[in-house]
Design a protein around this ligand. Structure first.
Ligand SMILES: [Zn+2]
Length: 437
């Protein structure tokens, strides 16, 4: 530390100190000490404790609250897992209205707990942000204090530096006074070095805290977005149960009839999509039109909507109709009327327009490399079959709100049902969608 101080501040004086003849150093060290005593407010020259300060107590109170919140989250997570197990067990039982209703009840309870857990996470992270703010304030104070002390030391040294030797000599009556001054000076230098070092540490710590606070704020925003979506999940799950009971009039027999109808509707649409896909692709290939698409790499697709919140995953085990067909798509939550964009350049293979709610409206695009994409529950379609569309072009508007045109049966809220197919076979869209558009 001492060596550092010498290098930093006093290299031209080091040799003088060694020989006992430093011009500036022997000058009234009390001036230097005076400055230090003044800035410290107490009688020693130690480096400031970087963690000291009045906000420490507040920070530890916050830390206590944060760990309480985290404990609550851990407990809630356990309860959520219990519901997940119950749901999984119910799914293994025979298909029935009673069973389906029980699953929906559990799904409602599960998402309620998830909302509660997310709220606890929000509270905990908000407290963490506050703790970082206090910590940042404290570090800023430390930094300021260090700067003032160093400035004072340098000023005092500089002032002395300009004095004449004769004045210096007259300041000391004896050799022992002179010698003591030198010793003081070494302490001053040593402390100056320590202060400079502390300044660096405080600056690094401040930067770290600022970065950590920024990360926590981002996390907080994510949790806030999550809770909004989960609250919508809750509404949709409650709604799903209500619709199920209304449509079946709480009768197992009606439920079975509805399932059969749904299965037929699904099969019809599936046949239509795969049939048309094959036919149109053949036609486009004959006309060499698919060669035009080679410039646009369909293996990395842009997102069809602004939203990235997935309500039902590809082959989601929670999909309520899994026992009659798999969910070979992802459902992306999108407000009714959200613009739907072509995920890659291609030709419109099918634009199925509807005029009533029970009809399932959708758009199918044919891309290069055997790929096709399907945009389901479309409320409005603004492209025509055989039309060429470029990546990012708006092709229609989303729907899915129960009772609206193109929504189709059994939807529980506005969303886009999005499929990716290769040679007609559905694949997980998430493996094709680009993370950052
Ligand atoms: Zn879907």
């Amino acid at each position: 530390m001492h060596g550092f101080a010498q290098n930093f501040l006093c290299s031209k004086h080091v040799s003088y100190i060694m020989t006992g003849l430093c011009f500036f150093c022997i000058l009234a060290p009390t001036a230097v000490f005076g400055a230090l005593y003044h800035s410290h407010g107490h009688g020693h020259l130690h480096t400031h404790n970087l963690e000291s300060g009045g906000s420490n107590e507040e920070v530890s109170v916050l830390q206590q609250k944060i760990s309480e919140k985290k404990e609550k989250v851990a407990k809630l997570e356990k309860s959520i897992q219990a519901y997940k197990k119950k749901i999984a067990a119910k799914r293994l039982q025979a298909t029935s209205l009673a069973n389906q209703t029980a699953i929906l009840d559990n799904r409602v309870a599960e998402v309620q707990l998830e909302i509660e857990a997310t709220q606890q996470n929000i509270d905990a992270v908000a407290l963490e942000v506050r703790a970082f703010e206090l910590s940042i304030e404290e570090k800023q104070h430390v930094l300021e204090r260090q700067k003032i002390m160093i400035a004072e030391l340098l000023r005092a040294i500089h002032q002395n530096d300009s004095k004449k030797y004769i004045e210096i000599a007259t300041n000391y009556n004896s050799f022992s006074d002179f010698y003591n001054s030198l010793q003081y000076l070494e302490t001053v230098e040593s402390n100056l070095g320590a202060n400079v070092q502390s300044l660096r540490i405080a600056k690094t710590q401040l930067e770290e805290k600022v970065l950590e606070k920024k990360n926590k704020q981002e996390l907080l925003e994510n949790f806030q977005e999550e809770i909004t979506q989960k609250k919508t999940d809750l509404e949709e799950r409650k709604y799903a149960k209500r619709v199920l009971l209304e449509q079946t009039q709480s009768s197992e027999r009606t439920y079975n009839t509805l399932l059969k109808q749904l299965k037929k509707q699904y099969q019809d649409i599936e046949n239509e999509i795969s049939g048309i896909e094959k036919e149109i692709r053949g036609k486009l290939q004959d006309q060499d039109k698919l060669d035009n698409l080679k410039g646009d790499n369909a293996t990395s697709l842009s997102w069809p909507t602004q939203s990235r919140y997935i309500t039902t995953r590809y082959r989601d085990p929670d999909y309520p109709y899994r026992h009659i067909f798999e969910h070979n798509a992802i459902d992306i939550r999108a407000a009714q009327g959200t613009p739907l964009k072509a995920v890659a350049s291609g030709y419109v293979g099918r634009a199925r327009r509807c005029s009533k709610a029970s009809c399932y409206g959708y758009i199918m695009l044919i891309h290069s490399g055997g790929l096709s994409t399907v945009y389901g529950h479309a409320a409005k379609i603004i492209v025509s079959e055989d039309q060429f569309v470029t990546r990012g072009e708006v092709i229609g508007y989303s729907g899915g709100m129960p009772g609206t045109v193109g929504a189709g049966p059994f939807t529980t809220g506005p969303h886009l049902h999005f499929e990716v197919r290769k040679n007609g076979i559905p694949l997980n869209p998430l493996t094709y969608l680009i993370k950052d558009y």
